[in-house]
Design a protein around this ligand. Sequence first.
Ligand code: SF4
Length: 311
Amino acid sequence: MNSVLDIDPASAQAAKDKKAAFEINKLSKRLHRQVGQAIGDFNMIEAGDKVMVCVSGGKDSFSLLDILINMRERSPTKFDLVAVNLDQKQPGFPADILPAYLKTRGIPFHIEEQDTYTTVKRVIPEGKTMCSLCSRLRRAILYRVAGELGATKIALGHHRDDIVVTLLLNMFFGGRIKGMPAKLMSDNGKHIVIRPLAYVAETDLERWAQHREFPIIPCSLCGSQENLQRVQIKKMIREWERLYPGRVENMFNSMSNIVTSHMMDRNLFRFTTLQATGVADPDGDRAFDEDEEETCATPGPLSVVRMPHEA
Ligand code: SF4
């Protein structure tokens, strides 16, 4: 009988490669399915749209562009893509990397050169975080560029974990339940902003970026630290996910499953005029909160709540 020791290194390597190819194929299918699902659920892209994909050079925006290019090739809905990068003139920004990459993808692109770095450095005192002003300036520039390019949609690379982190940040520090929408109207009222990666886990994007060997540009060139609270919460949800797999997905799913009668927002539910109707509601509140008791009694991993589209 053969033992494992008899397996020759070439066969072992071939088996390993086969498994890796299988895993990547699975990842690719999942990413494209989730992006397609988000686009469909929120009607993000319609026939005739010109989608401006904002590419910063990070793993998320590279993946977003990559997936949208693939989807456009297969989609019966005809739409155009244009990639846009804002070169903020940060010291050491490798200005040649993105144009070289975008040329290989064969899609139109535009590099907008605006020295926001100097402006932000001048206005913000040394040691203070520059991100808020920097992103405001960046947003205004990107909206202007979208208008100039005739883009009907602006696609951003935020993913599921960004959305959950934003929700928690707003709860912890803003005292409100507010996430990051998958689709919204820009604050100047002129554009529709979409987040096609809304259903995608960050770890999947990390793996995809590695597999596709995107020429990632480091995001620390400006010398500013990312919002520390955001970093902390990101670490926290990663740890939760490690201990209780499925927790981040559950939190994310809860954002599309809001029971307003069980919250406290009097603008969303008419608590003040609530009257007994005398008609039983089988789906209504059981008043003694069995669900809460069940949850409290279960210290182990919680099951993942599936979205209807994943059934
Ligand atoms: S990290 Fe730097 S480039 Fe990014 S938003 Fe903050 S200041 Fe701007």
